[in-house]
Design a protein. Structure first.
Ligand code: SF4
Length: 695
């Protein structure tokens, strides 16, 4: 698209894909034809990028051409007689305002549901939170963290007082034992995974626990091929061994924790022999793993969706926290518990109150003093802010199905492909009286909307993202908005004004000033400071505070660390005669989530089609050979895709990703949820496979 000497300027910003939070420079050219807008033609890595240095993965390096894709939404769309018609911003905003006002006066604020976005900036998520609570009058606000780390937020907050990664990414190099469980790090967090691989290369022992032999598992000192759903049995067995062999840190337990006796009683029966039958991992391997973790001087645990997307997700997370509390592997350099957050700004969206029970900074909606503080700042009476926790995304969809939820505002999310049991999701969205989608493309969800408002991509706006290690980093505008698209922050400001409740906020820097005023953990953060000093890890409670890369150093956020007695439960759906295999889902290196962005880039040519991974023993039983097309069925539906045989998955389990609408695996997944965090059990359900003719 351009030559190096055509590059007019480089703009430092933060990657819009995963939560690693790599920085790079967008290369901007002005095309030689007069009047043509500037374009982003490439990416240059930046040696001074704090997380990644010069390193970028294939998505950050080659996955950004979606910015100028011809399918970008350029004008607002209003559905008339079942078809989208392009319209002006004025008309689109008026339509939304009229319908929202009518629903609000007829049914009240709780007739609305709002989905914020882990892809949007902190400033935008903050404003969506203010719009939902202060303008619509509902706490029915949620976002895709419900599908990934809601169980982390609940589990680690209960154990430590803070539901976030405890240590910086740089601490990987300072650990002398690495335990990775339920994380396909090399594909989901590629640059962070390189730090793990470098540590392994330097001789740091690393144990990877996963049903699949991922690239990291293959490189690790040891791969424990666990049966899907066996995590809690294994984690409790590790605690059992540590206590039975007296390997716990007695002084740390005495001085810094509470509830040890409850844990001790809960795991006394969880012997490695008991766990072996549930996990498929030999008792002696369990014993040895427990010893290595406990005896290490500085040990770190890393985990993602394999732990959290279970009906025991919160308890799985608590069981991980138990291990760190038992051994004192927390609050120190190279020792901690590290939930790797998936999307570029899922940590920030949680921080900014895109959750049904908390304002920004995890300040409870049920606390009258907190409500009074936000109401005063927003020019409202305290009584105008609802005190009751709102609905999660799954609960919103249920409420829509029974006619209690009338309207939704969905910003930058695609629940039709990302949420479990998608036929159910589509039916719920179709039952709404009014659906507004804000997006950069006409996603599968936006297609169901009554009004679609075109948003800017990350390259067209200012703001901040917060990465997995709680580092708040700048996003900078490189080019003008494509077409008539507007940044999400401006769309929310425009909607508030159209509804007669204007926000007096001129730009994202002013929004960050408001965030800092109301959110203690962000109090010391401003755009000016980030521009001067680079990223800052929260909590950053004052403008002269350096930020906090490492949590719980002298005391836990909640005071003492809390052990939890948690008990093994099998997955909600077990294989049976009709559905004899286990289906697990996940991600691929070359694509991202529902593919809205990555499938509109050069990456699509590299990885254009999805397949089903299956062990050769299962394939032989079914008479399948590599490349055959199969129908993959569960109790909720069926999809067709080719099969790929691999020894890298345990027999009895099959795996595919949720990136492809042509093989939309979430039509099949189970919507059974963790009762605490309401996170669905996307990682395990029963399925069957049969050969079919290729399409
Ligand atoms: Fe972007 Fe993540 Fe790749 Fe870094 S590792 S370039 S943040 S996708």
């Amino acid at each position: 698209k351009g030559r190096p000497w055509d590059v007019r300027r480089k703009v430092r910003t933060t990657c819009p894909y995963c939560g690693t939070g790599c920085n790079f420079d967008l290369e901007v050219i002005r095309r030689p034809i007069a009047g043509e807008p500037e374009e982003v033609i490439g990416v240059a890595s930046a040696v001074d990028a704090p997380v990644n240095g010069r390193h970028l993965c294939v998505k950050g390096r080659f996955g950004l051409s979606f910015i100028h894709h011809p399918e970008r939404l350029r004008r607002p769309l209003v559905k008339k007689e079942g078809r989208f018609v392009e319209t002006s911003w004025e008309e689109a905003l008026n339509v939304v305002a009229e319908r929202f006002q009518a629903i609000q006066s007829d049914c009240g604020g709780d007739a609305f549901g709002v989905l914020a976005s882990a892809k949007a900036t902190n400033e935008e998520n903050y404003l969506i939170n203010r719009f939902a609570r202060g303008v619509l009058g509902t706490n029915n606000i949620d976002h895709c963290a419900r599908l990934c780390h809601a169980s982390t937020v609940a589990g680690l907050a209960a154990a430590f007082g803070s539901g976030a990664m405890t240590n910086p990414i740089a601490d990987i190099a300072k650990s002398d034992f690495l335990l990775v469980i339920g994380s396909n790090t090399t594909e989901s967090h590629p640059v962070l995974a390189q730090k793990l691989l470098q540590a392994i290369g330097r001789g740091t022992p690393c144990v990877v626990i996963d049903p699949r032999k991922t690239e990291l598992a293959a490189a690790a000192t040891e791969h424990l091929a666990i049966r899907p759903g066996g995590d809690l049995a294994l984690l409790n067995a590790l605690a059992h061994v540590i206590i039975a062999e007296g390997l716990q840190d007695r002084r740390f337990i005495e001085e810094r924790t509470e509830g040890f006796e409850e844990l001790q009683a809960a795991v006394v029966a969880c012997s490695p022999e008991w766990a072996a039958s549930l996990t498929g991992i030999a008792p002696e391997v369990i014993r040895e793993t427990a010893r290595r973790y406990a005896r290490a001087e500085r040990a770190s645990i890393f985990y993602t969706m394999g732990i959290t997307q279970k009906r025991t997700g919160t308890h799985n997370v608590m069981a991980i926290a138990n291990l760190a509390l038992l051994t004192g592997h927390i609050g120190k350099e190279g020792s901690g518990v590290n939930p790797l957050r998936g999307q570029n700004n899922v940590q920030g969206a949680c921080d900014m109150g895109a959750l049904p029970n908390v304002f920004p900074g995890y300040q409870p909606v049920g606390d009258a003093a907190v409500r009074a503080k936000f109401a005063a700042d927003w020019g409202l009476d305290t009584a105008e802010l609802p005190a009751k926790a709102g609905l999660t995304v799954g609960e919103m969809l249920e409420a829509a199905l029974v006619g209690e939820l009338k309207a939704m505002l969905i910003v930058g999310e695609n629940p039709v492909l990302s949420d479990p049991d998608s036929a159910h999701v589509v039916e719920a969205l179709q039952r709404l009286d009014f659906l507004v989608a804000v997006d950069i493309f006409l996603s599968e969800t936006a297609q169901l909307a009554d009004v679609v408002l075109p948003a800017c991509s990350f390259a067209e706006k200012e703001g901040t993202f917060t990465n997995t290690e709680r580092r708040v980093q700048r996003v900078r505008q490189a080019i003008d908005p494509v077409g008539q698209s507007r940044p999400d922050w401006r769309i929310v400001v425009d909607l508030a004004a159209a509804l007669g409740r204007p926000f007096d906020l001129a730009d994202p820097a002013a929004v960050m000033a408001e965030i800092a005023r109301l959110t203690p953990s962000y109090a010391g953060i401003s755009h000016d400071r980030l521009d001067r000093e680079g990223g800052l890890c929260w909590p950053c409670p004052a403008t002269d505070h350096p930020g906090t890369p490492r949590l719980h150093v002298e005391r836990f956020t909640r005071g003492k660390g809390r052990f939890h007695a948690v008990h093994y439960l099998p997955p909600a759906e077990a294989p049976d005669e009709e559905y004899p295999l286990v289906l697990s889902t996940g991600r691929r290196l070359f694509h991202y989530h529902t593919g809205t962005m990555s499938r509109r880039t050069e990456l699509e040519a590299i990885y254009p089609e999805e397949h089903l991974e299956m062990h050769p023993d299962n394939a032989a039983h079914l008479g399948l050979t590599d490349g055959d097309w199969v129908r993959l069925s569960t109790r909720r539906g069926a999809i067709s895709l080719p099969v790929r045989l691999t020894e890298g998955i345990i027999a009895g389990t099959v795996f595919t990703s949720f990136h492809f609408s042509e093989a939309a695996v979430n039509a099949l997944t189970n919507s059974a949820v963790d009762p605490v965090a309401k996170i669905p059990e996307l990682k395990v359900c029963a399925c069957s496979v049969e050969i079919v003719d290729p399409p």
